[in-house]
Design a protein around this ligand. Structure first.
Ligand code: BTN
Length: 236
């Protein structure tokens, strides 16, 4: 689409009108109302970055294990960046950071029917050529490598690593992917400051649980938090 509000919203809408095959891709040069996690917006300069959504039908995953798709997608974006000699970390749950700045975000929206994950719309915003940002915490591939890229050449590279990660997940490599995800998890094992339930406390990320909740060890013991329940930063 030359322009649309949100590729996730458009693809979700299309799936209600017809039976689209797994792998259907919606991509736009100009997303006018891009959506992020936790109700945030995703705003980038038109034409400079990759902004797209893909339809998956991960019926092989039990809804309790849906975080596996977050892991596979985060690893795929990381694989792509490593191919470009950029070495990212993953900030739980699925921000991709380079030198503590965000280079990519994902919005994964699942439809569950009974015991199956019927469809999953995986939306990816990957910053490629944009070099000016209204916030200091954003970066792009061009800023990291001092090169500009042809988006039409980059998209198939990213799609092929995404397909590889998805097929590996379908083949049952969930635990291997989780280990890799933990190996690249930003802040794991370090002293961090967490904000949860209106309080701030020091703690350490130990792991993630089966549901993808963040497992934090603090003076109060070990507790698990979902995405909306906790935020963290390096201590002041
Ligand atoms: C985040 O980091 O908060 C997630 C950002 C996800 C942005 C992508 S861009 C393509 C797709 N369409 C959307 O509206 N959002 C996702």
């Amino acid at each position: 689409m030359p322009e649309c509000q949100s590729t996730n919203t458009l693809l979700a809408d299309l799936t209600t009108r017809s039976d689209l095959p797994e792998g259907t891709l919606v991509i736009t040069a100009n997303q006018t109302a891009g959506r992020g996690q936790r109700g945030n917006t995703w705003t980038v300069t038109p034409g400079l970055n990759l902004t797209f959504s893909i339809l998956f039908k991960p019926v092989f995953l039990h809804p309790a294990n849906q975080f596996a798709l977050v892991i596979a997608t985060s690893l795929a974006v990381s694989d792509y960046l490593r191919r470009k000699s950029v070495y990212p970390e993953i900030k739980w749950p699925n921000d991709v950071l380079v030198q503590e700045k965000k280079i990519a975000g994902m919005l994964i929206e699942n439809s569950i029917a009974g015991e199956t994950l019927q469809q999953s719309i995986v939306g990816i915003g990957l910053n490629i050529n944009q070099q000016e940002w209204p916030i200091a915490t954003a970066t792009s591939l061009a800023m990291q490598t001092k090169k500009l890229y042809d988006l039409r050449e980059e998209l198939p590279i990213l799609l092929s690593v995404l397909e590889e990660r998805y097929l590996a997940l379908r083949a049952g490599e969930t635990e291997d992917q989780k280990k890799e995800y933990l190996n690249h998890l930003y802040g794991i094992g370090k002293a961090l400051t967490f904000d949860a339930g209106g309080t701030t406390f020091p703690g350490t990320i130990e792991t993630i649980d089966q549901a993808g909740r963040l497992v934090i060890r603090s003076a109060e013991g070990t507790r698990s938090f979902s995405n909306k329940e906790v935020a963290f930063r390096l201590p002041n």
